[in-house]
Design a protein around this ligand. Structure first.
Ligand code: HEC
Ligand code: HEC
Ligand code: HEC
Ligand code: HEC
Ligand code: HEC
Length: 178
């Protein structure tokens, strides 16, 4: 009784049916597109920097560039100087590397868009996780095969707690909150 009753709204042989069908489709598609975007947040960057090229093709270690991770709360992003250490001699003719050189010439930092951001009331610490041998990939995914950083985790509290419980790490509120 109920199903056929509902279906009559989508009867495309009349005008009202058409309008309702199209409206429903538009809502569904917009929601799907929004969900897809929310799941794979990957902002445009000022320079098309590829982790795959640097990590997989040229075997550069994560910590060569994110050198603060084992000794501070932050992993850090490398300075223009660190990039130019190689790019003064490597691939200087490539358009994206020319952009890099322009920042260097103007002595300006590169305004990278952050992908992983916690609210300010949450305390996080890279050093503690490196010390406990939690791999970068457990939280950031297969960065070594990304040509562009994609956010692979929600960073919601439940996500932190699931792993803390599984690894017998502390779930005391004050570990993560000020
Ligand atoms: C240890 C050396 C090294 C460091 C440090 C380094 N790169 Fe590279 N980069 C390379 C090599 C090698 C290539 C590949 C060159 C090629 O394919 O001809 C490359 C390629 C690139 C490309 C071109 C990719 C393409 O194919 O168009 C860009 C852009 C780039 N790097 C940006 C950066 C930035 C930004 C930094 C600093 C955050 C950086 N690199 C740090 C070695 C390095
Ligand atoms: C040659 C230098 C270099 C190497 C090697 C490198 N990175 Fe990066 N990384 C960068 C730069 C530059 C950015 C900022 C631009 C971007 O997001 O692509 C970045 C961004 C990131 C981000 C996103 C940070 C944010 O929130 O915006 C993560 C996560 C990350 N790197 C993890 C890794 C991991 C894991 C490895 C090793 C598998 C690695 N990186 C190796 C230079 C490097
Ligand atoms: C337990 C999960 C976890 C692990 C393991 C982890 N990260 Fe992160 N990473 C985060 C979170 C959460 C943020 C956002 C921090 C914030 O906003 O305060 C972040 C931020 C970053 C950033 C942005 C810049 C910064 O300093 O905040 C980079 C780069 C990064 N991580 C690289 C790495 C690298 C490289 C490793 C491995 C050595 C690693 N991360 C290991 C969770 C993790
Ligand atoms: C994949 C597993 C994993 C995830 C995800 C994870 N953690 Fe952890 N975390 C650990 C482990 C393991 C330790 C080390 C516990 C120890 O040293 O006894 C730790 C330690 C910490 C510490 C340091 C505690 C201390 O005693 O200094 C803080 C703070 C922390 N985590 C915050 C977070 C936050 C915030 C998130 C989510 C954004 C998060 N963690 C996500 C595994 C994880
Ligand atoms: C392992 C880390 C961790 C622990 C332990 C933790 N939290 Fe959180 N909490 C987070 C993160 C990350 C967020 C921000 C993301 C989110 O809102 O889910 C958060 C968000 C919150 C918020 C804000 C929620 C919102 O919707 O704005 C409250 C309130 C909160 N936590 C309370 C607590 C209390 C109470 C405890 C102890 C019973 C606790 N947390 C333990 C990581 C943690």
């Amino acid at each position: 009784m109920c199903a056929p009753h509902l279906l009559q709204f989508f009867d495309v042989t009349n005008k009202r049916g058409w309008i309702i069908t199209i409206l429903v489709l538009v809502v569904l598609l917009t929601t799907a597109a929004w969900l897809a975007k929310a799941r794979s947040y990957a902002p445009e960057q000022p320079i098309a920097f590829s982790h795959q090229v640097h990590v997989t093709d040229y075997k550069i270690d994560c910590l060569y560039c994110h050198s603060y991770a084992p000794r501070s709360p932050f992993a850090g992003v490398p300075s223009v100087e660190r990039c130019m250490g190689c790019h003064q001699v490597v691939a200087g003719d490539k358009p994206e590397v020319k952009k890099l050189k322009e920042y260097w010439d103007r002595s300006e930092p590169i305004p990278w868009n952050k992908v992983y951001v916690l609210p300010r009331f949450v305390r996080f610490n890279h050093e503690a996780h490196v010390r406990a041998a939690v791999g970068c990939q457990e939280c950031h995914g297969a960065v070594e095969s990304m040509t562009k950083i994609i956010k692979v985790n929600s960073l919601e509290m439940g996500w932190c707690l699931d792993c803390h419980n599984a690894r017998h790490a502390s779930v005391d509120c004050l570990v993560c909150h000020y």
